[in-house]
Design a binder for this molecule. Structure first.
Ligand code: WNU
Length: 152
């Protein structure tokens, strides 16, 4: 049996390896681990759909996802990038207070994501100014690339 403590330690050290969270104080990181949920996905499953409302932030713990987006002049959503272990997504809807701006589709069976809800995300980011400004800038950059791509 895997104990709660072992689980905690496993996710703690994993989150420490996520570049975004590297500088977070220990007690903050531990708190995030306490309120994490783990979600499992199979290849082809939509984790996030464009246009839907969303209240969650995801960190990939295992597997791979594809980011796609509807753009002018294309009948199907275009593939923008793939994300893998240690990458994260879903911050834009939370930061911009907007609907989801792209699709996130599972690209590998048994993909595992750590899920942080809005309240915990705000606690994680809100009280840590560097993280907040880093993400804000990144989200603005995403909006600019959406425009260049003629996202709908
Ligand atoms: C992109 N345009 C848009 C990605 C993940 C994290 C960071 C890039 Cl810091 P959401 C859909 C999610 C969105 C982003 C992710 O898709 N995304 C993009 C783009 O070019 N979204 N609009 N590239 S991967 C990525 C930077 O996380 O958040 O809540 O849901 O809108």
């Amino acid at each position: 049996m895997r104990t709660t403590k072992a689980r905690h330690e496993e996710y703690f050290s994993f989150l420490r390896s996520v570049s975004l969270l590297r500088e977070l104080p220990e007690e903050k990181l531990a708190k995030i681990v306490d309120c994490l949920e783990v979600d499992y996905f199979e290849k082809g499953e939509y984790i996030i759909r464009e246009g839907e409302e969303g209240d969650t932030f995801f960190i990939i713990a295992k597997g791979e996802v594809v980011v796609t987006q509807s753009t002018e002049g294309f009948t199907e959503p275009r593939e923008i990038k793939t994300l893998t272990v240690g990458d994260y997504f879903g911050e834009k809807a939370l930061i911009s207070e907007d609907v989801r701006s792209a699709n996130i589709i599972c690209n590998e069976n048994d993909t595992q994501c750590l899920v942080v809800d809005r309240d915990n995300f705000n606690q994680m980011v809100g009280t840590y100014e560097e993280l907040q400004s880093y993400l804000k800038e990144y989200v603005e950059e995403l909006s600019r690339s959406d425009e260049r791509r003629n996202a709908i």
